[in-house]
Design a protein around this ligand. Structure first.
Ligand code: FES
Length: 106
């Protein structure tokens, strides 16, 4: 499924990169910019980022489930990861609203 129409990136491409990053360090903080940088791409309209965030959370949960990582560590990490990404989604939505408002004024 195509996730990023600006860069023609599919969900499989994104999941593969997330798993590679997790293989390097399974506790690192993965954000859309890091995933795109690893692919030699960058966000343009960034409209895909909320979907990329969902893929990061889902893929990270699947990664730890498959490796039977100690459950208390995973639960704490996933809670922090979800909280961080929720804050990022809110910040992105606020930036977009500010851009739309600026265009209306200008
Ligand atoms: S849809 Fe991904 S950067 Fe525009």
């Amino acid at each position: 499924m195509l996730v990023c129409s600006c860069n023609y990136i599919t969900d499989k491409d994104i999941k593969a990169v997330i798993n590679e990053l997790l293989d390097e360090d399974c506790w690192q903080l993965i954000v859309p910019g890091k995933v795109y940088h690893a692919m030699g791409k960058r966000g343009r309209c960034c409209g895909c980022f909320p979907n990329v965030v969902d893929l990061i959370i889902k893929t990270t949960a699947e990664y730890h489930a498959a490796r039977k990582t100690e459950e208390t560590k995973v639960v704490n990490f996933m809670e922090r990861l979800k909280l961080f990404h929720e804050e990022q989604k809110v910040a992105l939505a606020e930036r977009r609203q500010a851009m739309v408002a600026a265009r209306r004024v200008g």
